[in-house]
Design a protein around this ligand. Structure first.
Ligand code: ADP
Ligand code: F6P
Length: 499
């Protein structure tokens, strides 16, 4: 790590997020590390492995605080350390009110336009302020040790830029907003809309996933703060400070996924998984991989699969949809209820079709329309699912990016699969050779599933090939370099990157 950081001596990278990339658990007196799930970690861990630096995050693992002896800093990744992870210890009120409350029950549903799910309480706001102040204390402490470039991530830490700037007005601060930004009509319902916007407009650089989220933010800044947009150079001016605002769609380690998908372990796993879930070689496979979050449109996806078997009965016994779902935010009631609902709906669909006889297939009794696998799975296993799936279905009702869509494309080394992606996911803007679906239209999605299964091989290859070429050029490395160029940390184009 020391070597890497000296490469960055002009600008030591300090990234800050709520979720930590690795967390501790104690199993039979042994300290176990686990990678956490979610798009933010999937994107930023490869970046930090490459660039080195310090990642400040909440120490959320069950054993993080007690067993690691209050030691705030560890070197990660555990197998081959390249960067520092500095943990922030949050008090339970900050976790409940700030993370579970204001972040997960106010900002998350608001930004994803699921307004009925917004559950606002004033005390959540106070806890959110306290949680952000706790992060600010650690960031300022870190800067005191050694200067660096501060790059804040996501909606949990909207107040952090303002807090850092209040103590160190000249400190460069950037922010990447990983989730959608709503238009003024929705953002208006946030009682603290001004405070949130004011903090974000203390940043020197503010980044969004897509042009349309960026546009919504600019509209909010103009309407609620009266900020001025300098359209010629992409700055927002507020109280004499200029914030550069850009859209930078985040990505994945394309090469890593592509190589992983071709490894012997993955090839072996594909056979094992096929035998586990489908019993005949001719059965085609659809795949969904998600955190068990209502924004992913899992219920609508299941309705679409049901509609598919209704509309196209010839596929009964010949197509199985595998859903991998990792439970998330289990302390929030809405997530617990959603998880139950998804399980019940899967069971209901499987029960109904198991009693329908399927004339064309001798293995009908063993066939299930939906194979549901819950829990976090390893990267090799995930790559095996991606590679063997004839189609992947992303049905988010709203999504900042959706990295699963990109991971599927990167793992499709045989170029035979078809990506179906919701027009409400940021990924749809870049994955233009996917079949674009409307998650609110189950019959339409069912028709797209049929179209994917019946698409000629040549067309599948061409579409997948184009998406793979695009992703190879727009991977996480290109994204990080572009962001750091925007921040003035890396020299303009044509210069070699950090390594
Ligand atoms: P979000 O940012 O909302 O979590 P994304 O689709 O962008 O959504 O990212 C989800 C990430 O979590 C992906 O990198 C995916 O590989 C990972 N992931 C999802 N489900 C699982 C699982 N069951 N096991 C391991 N990783 C998972
Ligand atoms: O941007 C997506 C995201 O919200 C990340 O910020 C977050 O780390 C991830 O999804 C998973 O959610 P959580 O951190 O609440 O487990």
């Amino acid at each position: 790590a020391a070597q890497r950081e000296s490469d960055l001596s002009l600008a030591r990278l300090i990234i800050v997020s709520n979720r930590e990339p690795y967390e501790h658990r104690l199993v039979k007196n042994h300290l176990i590390w686990e990678r956490t799930s979610g798009g933010l970690v999937s994107a930023l861990d490869p970046m930090m492995r490459r660039l080195g630096g310090t990642w400040i995050a909440w120490g959320s693992g069950k054993a993080d605080r007690d067993v690691v002896d209050q030691d705030m800093t560890v070197e990660v990744p555990p197998d081959a350390p390249t960067y520092r992870l500095r943990r922030v210890w949050l008090e339970s009120g900050e976790i409940k009110g700030g993370y579970q409350g204001y972040a997960n029950q106010v900002l998350w549903p608001l930004c994803h336009l699921t307004l009925d799910r917004v559950d606002y309480r004033k005390l959540y706001w106070h806890a959110y302020q306290a949680m952000n102040a706790r992060f600010a204390e650690v960031v300022l402490g870190e800067l005191q040790m050694k200067p660096g470039f501060v790059w804040v991530h996501d909606f949990h830490l909207a107040l952090l830029p303002g807090m850092v700037k209040a103590s160190l007005p000249k400190q460069p601060v950037a922010m990447f907003w990983h989730i959608p930004w709503p238009g003024p009509d929705a953002f208006r319902i946030l009682p603290e809309r001004r405070e949130v916007l004011e903090s974000l407009l203390t940043c020197d650089l503010l980044m969004f996933q897509t042009q349309s989220f960026l546009h919504c933010f600019v509209e909010c800044a103009k309407e609620f703060l009266g900020a001025d947009l300098h359209a010629d150079d992409g700055h927002l001016e507020y109280k004499g400070h200029a914030t550069r605002v850009v859209s930078r769609p985040i990505s994945i380690g394309f090469q890593t996924w592509s190589e992983r998908a071709q490894s012997p372990q993955v090839t072996r796993s594909m056979d094992v998984l096929r035998n586990l879930h489908v019993f005949q070689p001719e059965v085609r496979i659809g795949l969904g991989v998600d955190r068990l979050d209502y924004t992913k449109g899992l219920l609508k996806r299941l309705w679409a699969i049901d509609a598919f078997f209704q509309q196209f009965p010839q596929y009964r016994g010949r197509f199985t949809f595998i859903q991998i779902a990792v439970p998330t935010r289990g302390d929030v009631e809405a997530y617990r209820r959603y998880r139950e609902l998804i399980r019940e709906t899967v069971n209901d669909i499987n029960m109904r079709y198991s009693s329908i006889s399927n004339p064309g297939s001798s293995h009908a009794s063993r066939w299930r329309p939906v194979e549901f696998r819950e829990g976090r799975i390893g990267l090799d296993t995930l790559a095996a699912y991606y590679r063997m799936a004839d189609l992947a279905l992303v049905s988010s009702v709203y999504d900042g990016m959706n990295l699963v869509a990109k991971e599927y494309v990167a793992s499709q080394v045989d170029e035979k699969g078809v990506l179906l992606v919701s027009h409400m996911a940021g990924a749809a803007e870049e994955m233009t050779d996917a079949l674009v679906i409307n998650p609110y239209d189950p019959e339409g999605v069912a028709e797209s599933i049929r179209q994917a299964l019946e698409m000629p091989l040549q067309e599948r290859r061409e579409r997948m090939h184009r998406m793979r070429s695009y992703l190879a050029a727009h991977d996480i490395r290109a994204w990080a370099d572009e962001c750091l160029r925007d921040a003035g940390i890396l020299p303009p184009h044509d210069s070699p990157s950090f390594e």
